[in-house]
Design a protein around this ligand. Structure first.
Ligand code: ATP
Ligand code: MG
Length: 615
């Protein structure tokens, strides 16, 4: 027996600690202001609890008066009220009392609705704020973080875990608090009337719920984890399948993916059902036990006191207390169950927000007026997760007026070098000098605002041609003439003119209406719109046919006089049209020079060109 009591006590201690840990995590996710608001809300909960208990409790004396009208004159409180109201007869007093009692119930229910409204509004506003914070802190994190993590995790945190936290953890916690106040007030009232009955009710109802909770807590946590895994898997399946739709179609994998989705979606069904059921099931048993206890108590009263009016009055008080106490305890238990099953998300979100940093808006950005030369001096780089360096002491200089190309086999570090030149990755050693001045943290933003970058896969917004070229500029501030000029410079005007609504044609989600070459030209027009002084293009011709490739390189050949241009490419045609070629292999700059120089002096380059280059 003693052993059983110890086990129960240990379990109770365990779950108390677990719930406290979850509550701590809830508080850690809130800002100072939100915590103060939550405290105010708790004060309101206390007021609401008092009003609600008084509301239902007012029925008890009413039942007492009806069953024994004599009490109006024998009970001190009722006598005082009778004299105060100046009722002419007992009947009139009963009617006035009924009206007062109903008004009280109306008022208490209105307060109860207001409490719920405030609770929902508060928790939903916390959810929106949390989603904003997550999104903003993800965007503000280092580029390396984005380059090295799977973005479905971040989308899942914002779109699934944050709402789960609000509806399954925060709201239940607030409901738990508001109901705990009601339960405490009812139990205090009962304690005043009859300490024995108060303790017995607290022991029977509270004990039954506590033991049930202690027994199923582990399963709740377990099923909660299954649901978290399920949501993450669903998110990956969805994003993978839409990104890889081409491969799915070509390999007729539609049904396979649909089935994977279906199976994953069905997999957590038992866990979802268990969590909901676990919240509701003890209700039925505990209701039956409690009403059974009231009936037994009624029989005892009848047997000891006989059937006079006071028995009905006493019983009505306990029945009403039970009527309010049972759903209150049920809600406390249900909230604790929901918090236990889903509390893990609070910890995960806390982890995600661990490095919550939002940079202040850059107020004084001044893009550089001219850039004639970029010099990379002894650049080394190592990805934190890799064992070896990807770039080893790169020394090279790029000048305006010449078409510069970085060439090299796949995996040699070309894109990493481009990311370093873009200021997105910080080299572990070495300097970048712009017109002889070392690039520092202070000058980085101005420098970055002077760069136009054209990636291999141009990201097209679901917006018009204008919106795509003037990327990120408020529509009221877009200079249409500049958009047209950029499109002409990028050789894009010809095909834009043929679009149904010309400049105002919507290019569709991710530019579904465009060919590879057209996307590239929109990308270049975007880079030119901002009057950038440097243009860096990563594999711009890999999606193009020979003719478009030639056109693009000729275009860059013209632009090189206005903008310092660096192209990354391993295509022979692109390389032949360049003025300066830098060959990168295994993170090292093997050779640099013009095409004819390299063909003359570098055997390795000769061989590569004969092979059709690095492929
Ligand atoms: N986020 C990362 N974490 C760890 N290693 C990385 C990361 N990104 C790239 N690498 C590694 O760095 C090396 C250079 O990659 P990089 O993308 O710069 O090559 P590349 O020359 O541009 O190749 P490609 O021609 O195929 O685009 C590769 O071995 C790659 O595996
Ligand atoms: Mg690359």
């Amino acid at each position: 027996m003693a052993k059983l009591a110890c086990v129960i006590l240990l379990k109770l201690k365990g779950f108390k600690m677990y719930i406290i840990k979850i509550i701590r995590n809830i508080f850690k996710l809130l800002s100072k202001e939100q915590r103060s608001k939550m405290l105010l809300l708790q004060v309101f909960f206390v007021f609401s609890a008092v009003v609600q208990v008084v509301g239902v409790a007012s029925i008890a004396p009413f039942i007492g008066i009806i069953s024994n009208p004599q009490t109006i004159h024998t009970n001190t409180f009722l006598k005082l009220l009778h004299d105060f109201l100046g009722a002419e007869s007992d009947q009139q007093f009963i009617i006035i009392f009924a009206v007062l009692s109903v008004s009280m119930i109306f008022f208490s229910n209105a307060v109860s609705a207001l409490t719920l409204w405030l609770l929902l509004k508060f928790s939903i506003s916390i959810g929106s704020e949390l989603q904003y914070k997550l999104y903003s802190s993800f965007l503000n994190r280092e580029y390396l973080f984005h380059k090295s993590t799977n973005y479905t995790q971040q989308i899942s945190a914002i779109s699934q875990e944050a709402p789960r936290f609000v509806y399954m953890v925060l709201q239940p916690y607030l409901l738990l608090c508001s109901n705990a106040f009601i339960a405490i007030i009812i139990l205090l009232g009962l304690l005043f009337l009859s300490p024995l009955i108060a303790l017995a009710s607290a022991f029977i109802i509270g004990g039954a719920y506590t033991i049930t909770y202690g027994l199923i807590k582990k399963s709740l946590v377990h099923h909660g984890k299954i649901l978290t895994e399920k949501y993450e898997a669903l998110q990956s399946i969805l994003s993978e399948s839409f990104i890889g739709i081409k491969d799915i179609k070509l390999n007729t994998l539609e049904n396979k993916y649909s089935n994977i989705y279906k199976n994953t979606n069905f997999s957590g069904l038992n866990s979802s059902a268990f969590i909901v059921l676990a919240g509701d099931i003890p209700k039925f048993a505990i209701e039956a036990i409690s009403f059974g206890a009231i009936l037994i108590f009624a029989i005892i009263l009848l047997m000891t006191k006989g059937n006079d009016g006071s028995v009905v009055a006493i019983l009505s008080i306990y029945a009403i207390a039970g009527y309010k106490l049972l759903p209150t305890m049920q809600q406390i238990y249900k909230s604790a169950a929901s918090m236990s099953a889903n509390g893990g998300v609070a910890a995960e979100l806390k982890e995600q927000l661990h490095e919550y940093i939002v940079k202040a808006d850059e107020v004084n950005v001044q893009p550089l007026q001219t850039i004639k030369k970029i010099e990379l001096a002894g650049i080394c780089y190592k990805y934190p997760t890799a064992n070896e360096t990807v770039l080893n002491g790169i020394n090279v200089e790029f000048n305006k007026g010449q078409l510069n190309t970085i060439a090299g086999p796949s995996g040699s570090g070309k894109s990493t070098l481009a990311d370093i030149m873009l200021g997105l990755l910080q080299p572990i050693s070495g300097d970048i000098n712009i017109d002889g001045e070392r690039l520092t943290k202070n000058t980085l933003t101005n420098y970055q605002h002077s760069i136009g970058y054209v990636p291999q896969h141009i990201f097209i917004l679901d917006d018009t041609v204008i919106g795509n070229v003037a990327f990120g500029v408020e529509s009221a501030n877009i200079d249409i003439e500049k958009v047209e000029r950029a499109l002409i410079q990028a050789n894009a005007m010809e095909f834009v003119e043929k679009l149904p609504l010309k400049l105002n044609t919507n290019l569709g989600q991710d530019g579904k209406l465009l060919s590879g070459g057209q996307r590239q030209r929109i990308g270049i027009a975007r880079a030119l719109y901002r009057n950038n002084k440097i243009l860096i293009l990563d594999e711009p011709t890999s999606a193009l046919d020979i003719e478009s490739e030639f056109e693009l390189m000729s275009l860059l050949d013209k632009l090189k006089h206005d903008v310092l241009t660096v192209v990354i490419s391993h295509r022979p045609a692109a390389i032949k049209l360049s003025d300066k070629i830098c060959i990168l292999e295994s993170g090292q700059m093997l050779a640099q020079g013009s095409y004819s120089e390299l063909m003359r002096s570098n055997k390795h380059f000769q061989e590569l060109m004969e092979k059709g280059f690095m492929g």
